[in-house]
Design a protein around this ligand. Sequence first.
Ligand SMILES: [Zn+2]
Ligand SMILES: [Zn+2]
Ligand SMILES: [Zn+2]
Length: 261
Amino acid sequence: MRLTLLGTGTSMGVPVIGCDCTVCTSPDPRNRRTRTAALLEARGTTILIDAGPDMRMQVLRHHVTYLDAVLLTHGHADHVGGIDDLRPFTMHSRIAARRRGPLPIYGDAATIARVRHQFDYAFDPAPSLSTRPSLATHVLNGPFRVNDLDIIPFTVNHGPNPITGYRFGRCGYITDGKTLPPATMQQLHGLDLLIINALRFTDHPLHFTVDEAVAVVEELQPRQALFVHMTHDFDHATVNAQLPPHIQLGYDGQVVELADD
Ligand SMILES: [Zn+2]
Ligand SMILES: [Zn+2]
Ligand SMILES: [Zn+2]
């Protein structure tokens, strides 16, 4: 099982347009953060987690030419803004034939409703001369499988709004969390890798701070944790040096190989 961090930035990305801070102008490529998303490859199955505004460049950078499914965490623009750019994954006959049919896209009811509203043209049964993504939406209802891969969705509280995290074997994926319900904490024991959001150092109503994310990691005790969805408050090298070795900042393009069971 291989997890690739396609993006590790918060909603505006890093560098921030118009900002000349030391992180936004840093030559360290690990300080350049596209919007948070990931690619999971396991048992011959390839899954995209979130399709934000940077999705097209993320998949081009990693030579992703095929997807079995897309999992959405929630409907905020930084996680679904790139859905129209899924068109090539649903158009080329070679890709569509391998998968047989439209691209499956999973999310909770609110997320799927948002996608169907925001990209209504993609679901319009009337013929169109424009190309549009061919998507099959699936509302989450407990654990499910994509090919031979078992996926367990769980609830993450994005401030007052429940959104979705995913567990694949011994890998847990959380973005845009502020708190985790007790039932979710119970579902996340025994992890080799926990991906978890850490927005910045100061409090925010919708996102974990660094201290809050560290506290979750210390309670769940995964072998390794990587932070994502970060602002320009993090100079990668400086902050990593202050964190314990099993908790580090993720960076765009980081690949983690995991045991596949
Ligand atoms: Zn977000
Ligand atoms: Zn900046
Ligand atoms: Zn969000």
